[in-house]
Design a binder for this molecule. Structure first.
Ligand code: GTP
Length: 182
């Protein structure tokens, strides 16, 4: 799975979403990603465990050319924009186009409108983003890594979607006896 998104000034919150998902933690002073970070998390899904192998890619423009290295081998891609930055939503559309043209044919696309705790300075209406996601058959959720809103749910939704699709590539592991694991 690959996460990416881009915003001119501060980041859209990709690393913060992954940090919330993997460690249930939010760092106000998180550093910009250089290149990409790799993290894993195993979550229960029905009677199985799903192991997420996550590439958190850098949003800065100088790293854009590296993106194909990460999405080419991915079963799913989460494209993140910042609901308070219209330009990040416009950039998301460019990434969707690139993914459709150069990404794996069956890649699952999820769109996350992050920072929804900042709704009072919102620039991207939720309906516009939802309609766009529907038009490309993508999963859509507004999230807040800061307030832990919809982050777990986003990954659960992707997990369920991939589970219902025979061609998914997330590693399956046998569940341990009576034990939940993360
Ligand atoms: N209010 C609010 N701020 C957030 C949220 N998520 C991230 N941030 C802040 O946004 C800034 C950028 O977050 P990052 O997680 O580094 O963003 P990124 O997309 O990984 O950035 P790059 O690594 O540069 O691509 C940081 O100051 C975070 O604290 C959120 O849900 N709400």
């Amino acid at each position: 799975m690959t996460l990416w998104g881009y915003c001119d000034d501060t980041g859209v919150g990709k690393s913060s979403i992954v940090c919330r998902f993997v460690q249930d933690h939010f760092d106000h002073n998180i550093s910009p990603t250089i290149g990409a970070s790799f993290l894993t998390k195993t979550v229960p899904c029905g009677h199985e465990l799903h192991k997420f192998l996550i590439w958190d890619t850098a949003g800065q423009e100088r790293f854009h050319s590296l993106a194909p290295m990460y999405y080419r081998g991915s079963a799913a891609a989460v494209i993140v924009y910042d609901i308070t930055k219209l330009d990040s939503f416009q950039t998301l559309k460019k990434w969707v186009k690139e993914l459709k043209e150069h990404g794996p044919e069956d890649i699952v696309v999820a769109i996350a409108g992050n920072k929804n705790d900042l709704g009072d300075i919102r620039e991207v209406p939720m309906k516009e983003a939802k309609d766009f996601a529907e038009s490309i058959a993508a999963i859509f959720m507004e999230t807040s890594a800061r307030n832990a809103v919809n982050v777990e749910e986003l990954f659960q939704k992707i997990s369920k979607y991939l589970d219902s699709n025979e061609s998914f590539k997330i590693t399956r592991q046998p569940p341990p006896s009576n034990k939940r694991c993360c």
